[in-house]
Design a protein around this ligand. Structure first.
Ligand SMILES: Nc1ncnc2c1ncn2[C@@H]1O[C@H](COP(=O)(O)OP(=O)(O)OP(=O)(O)O)[C@@H](O)[C@H]1O
Length: 213
């Protein structure tokens, strides 16, 4: 997957979050999008996922020689973020089986994924009864092990303890080689494996000062 951004800008009402963003995300490369709270990292990730539309400029997703349209882009990406919800009425096994029904996985089976998550003892537990760290590990596992050429991770280590962070780094590193990975973060350990860094604040809109008459 390759993504080209041309003159990309996003505003909410009258507030420009960023403007004039030209960038090429190359295949099989890992990128980190950095910036302080409220700087626009999640907004950019949501644009890259096709969930939001640009206010100006364009985003082109290319897979091999095929340009992807917004209606089929979702088939080729995997995305997780703290604000995305799990289906909490399912047990862990039911949820992984449900997910695998719709998306091709990089694991041999649902139980194989649960083993890799180190959540085997919680196989029959309802997701609503998981701790916040267990939910985050599950979200990350579903995202990382979905077989998609584009992996988008928004603040991936939210709610994870050191063991969870080590788990994330091990599994994302093992699964990054043949896909484009984009991580939004302001915590160094989340993006230590990334090849390129983009500061979203470089694209903040700075209105020209009015000339004094
Ligand atoms: N739906 C919306 N309507 C209006 N403003 C919004 C909306 N979504 C986000 N914003 C604003 O856009 C700006 C960027 O928000 P965004 O969530 O992209 O930042 P972020 O860098 O991901 O922040 P954080 O690190 O806190 O997650 C913020 O000022 C936010 O208030």
């Amino acid at each position: 997957m390759q993504i080209n951004l041309s003159g990309l800008g996003k505003r909410y009402n009258y507030e420009w979050i960023f403007r004039r963003l030209d960038y090429n995300f190359l295949p099989e490369t890992a990128y980190a999008i950095l910036g302080h709270n409220g700087s626009g990292k999640s907004t950019l990730l949501n644009l890259l996922s096709g969930y939001l539309s640009p206010s100006e400029g364009s985003i082109t997703h290319t897979l091999g020689h095929q340009t992807l349209t917004p209606d089929n882009l979702y088939r080729h990406l995997s995305f997780t973020a703290p604000y995305l919800e799990l289906v909490e009425e399912y047990t862990l096994l039911e949820l992984v089986q449900f997910h695998s029904h719709f998306r091709a996985m990089r694991t041999a089976s649902a139980t194989d994924l649960i083993d890799r998550l180190y959540l085997k003892p919680a196989k029959d537990k309802f997701v609503k009864d998981f701790s916040s760290g267990m939910k985050q590990r599950l979200k990350l596992g579903l995202a990382i092990y979905t077989d998609a050429p584009l992996l988008l991770l928004d603040e991936p280590t939210t709610n994870l303890d050191q063991e969870g962070i080590n788990w994330y780094l091990e599994h994302v590193s093992q699964n990054r080689k043949d896909r484009l990975v984009i991580v939004s973060s302001n915590v160094a350990h989340e993006y230590s494996f990334c090849d390129e860094i983009i500061n979203i604040t470089d694209y903040h809109y700075k209105p020209k000062a009015a000339k004094k008459i």
